[in-house]
Design a protein around this ligand. Structure first.
Ligand code: HEC
Length: 497
């Protein structure tokens, strides 16, 4: 449907050869607008809102460019500055909407800007690309379904018995048979509608940002913008939906006994959000407010049955290192946030137990070693830091990836962990000595998500390229690639031989 619409525009435009129907529409003719008033930001913002926000705001910042605020526009994207005030000819943003420089925007499949819109953007930039002058209320973030062209995988989960793999792909959740790689089902949230009332077949309206499979195998929880859904892992039916989160739920985690799960998120630069729910009543049992000053990206429950030195115990002979009192570790949760901190909280009362500082950029995930002794945190500073929980200090820093470390999880009962990185790879490390163990290669872009079976033998990872790769967790070979169920089957290269 979208293609048809787009084609009509192309065909009517006198500048474009109709024969190039498969090609993208080319340059948009420059027109002169006669205006009395200068073009302010307030004039161009609605154009950006209509044409760009779906891919450049909220959770979806294609090209690392946020167009939903003046600050974001001026900051630019992965290619740097996109607006040079006073110089439209040197402004990437102008050149891509005018379609003289690639990547043409909006991209293939979306309607191009009209000549008048392009002219207004040009006048705004040439007039100095000035900031808005009216003080407006902070706009509610746009919640719309991502366009069909978006296939990004932000979340994966592996069932504890390694029979199934769940891929959160854009706003869809695809379940695959881990053994054969066959698509089993797509999870659909009943009655889901777009803000303008159209039915949509998806798991969530917005992108699936996080997923976790309960250790008892019964539930799959998925997090998206302002909501989570609890699915029956066996039937794929929606069991429960919880809404009202401040922003996207970017991480979910279960306690080892499957009696609780926690969610992380919060509005960027405003406040972190951590909520702990009871299973199967889905009641909120702990709400950690103001624990972090920015989005919480990672969560990890303390392992069960861990003993540690009672810090309040006074030894009779302080020189005797063996004179200690061991007490069971109370149930706790570790959190890592964009405010660069890793913190630990008791679950019963949500009180902070410890705080670890050292990352120089966002903390994007955190894991607790199964023996309870170590925490490991993934950083936007490309490093993993390992912390000694009892001493409350940093044990080591690992230069883990060439780009940000997006996810981290410990492998079953081992003191080894997996990390996903922006450098197109997943890696395994030994937490005790920091040694690199394995590299899981094959991704062609940023990896956002990694999960593994309870025994560590099956590892699944996904990211920007939309493919979920399944690996042998022991030797890091690729077992299969899980494509979207509607994708063309891959070319059989091996048949040539
Ligand atoms: C359907 C999704 C989509 C829409 C709608 C869209 N873009 Fe993009 N945009 C992308 C993608 C994907 C990229 C990254 C492409 C690349 O790097 O080659 C991108 C990249 C860009 C970049 C380059 C950023 C950088 O620094 O690399 C600019 C500038 C841009 N878009 C402007 C716009 C403007 C202006 C609009 C609206 C008129 C718009 N886009 C609408 C998907 C979209």
């Amino acid at each position: 449907m979208r293609f048809l619409l787009c084609f009509t525009v192309v065909a009517l435009s006198p500048l474009v050869a109709v024969a190039q129907e498969k090609k993208e529409a080319g340059p948009i003719a420059e027109i002169k607008l006669v205006r009395k008033d200068p073009v302010t930001y307030e004039v161009v913002e609605p154009i950006f809102e209509k044409r760009c926000f779906v891919c450049h705001s909220g959770n979806i910042k294609e090209g690392k460019l946020d167009i939903s605020s003046y600050e974001g526009l001026i900051k630019g994207g992965k290619r740097g500055e996109s607006v040079k005030p006073g110089k439209s000819a040197d402004s990437l943003l102008y050149k891509v909407v005018q379609r003289t420089t690639k990547p043409f925007m909006p991209p293939r499949g979306e309607d191009p800007c009209t000549a008048e819109e392009v002219a207004l953007i040009k006048l705004w930039i040439d007039g100095g690309a000035k900031a808005p002058t009216t003080i407006r209320k902070r706009k509610d973030p746009i919640v719309s379904a991502p366009p069909a062209s978006i296939k990004v995988v932000r979340a994966v989960a592996v069932s504890p018995d390694k029979a199934a793999i769940a891929a959160g792909r854009s706003n869809q959740i695809h379940i695959y048979d881990a053994g054969s790689g066959n698509h089993i089902r797509t999870l659909l949230s009943p009655g889901l509608k777009t803000p303008d009332g159209k039915d949509i077949k998806a798991a969530h309206l917005s992108i699936v940002e996080s997923m976790a499979w309960s250790p008892d195998g019964k539930y799959l929880v998925s997090g998206s913008f302002r909501e989570i859904i609890i699915w029956d892992a066996l039937t794929g039916e929606q069991r429960h939906k919880i809404t009202g989160f401040a922003h996207a739920v970017v991480s979910v985690a279960f306690s080892m006994d499957s009696k609780m799960f926690a969610t992380a998120g919060g509005e960027p630069t405003v406040e972190g959000e951590v909520k702990i729910f009871e299973i199967p009543t889905w009641k909120l049992i702990t709400d950690i407010k103001n624990g972090h000053s920015d989005t919480v990206y990672g969560l990890s429950f303390s392992p069960p049955d861990v003993q540690y030195n009672d810090p309040s115990y006074k030894p009779k002979d302080p020189k005797n290192a063996k004179d200690v009192k061991m007490i069971p570790l109370p149930p706790m949760i570790a959190t890592g946030a964009a405010d660069k901190f890793v913190k630990v909280w008791t679950i019963n009362d949500g009180k902070m137990v410890k705080s670890f500082e050292g990352h120089t950029h966002h903390v994007l995930d955190v894991g607790w070693s199964p023996d309870g002794k170590l925490l490991a945190s993934a950083g936007g500073d490309n490093t993993v830091k390992v912390w000694d929980f009892e001493k409350g200090e940093q044990a080591r820093t690992i230069a883990a990836h060439g780009k940000q470390v997006t996810r981290l999880l410990f492998i079953g009962k081992k003191t080894e962990f997996l990390t996903a990185g922006g450098d197109n790879s997943v890696k395994a490390f030994n937490a005790v000595n920091g040694g690199a163990l394995r590299t899981f290669a094959g991704a062609t872009d940023f990896v956002y998500a990694v999960a593994c079976s309870a025994d560590g033998s099956v590892v699944a990872a996904g990211g920007e390229d939309g493919v979920v790769r399944v690996y042998n967790g022991i030797n890091a070979t690729i077992l299969r690639s899980l494509l979207p169920p509607d994708a063309q089957p891959p070319m059989k290269k091996e048949e040539k031989k």
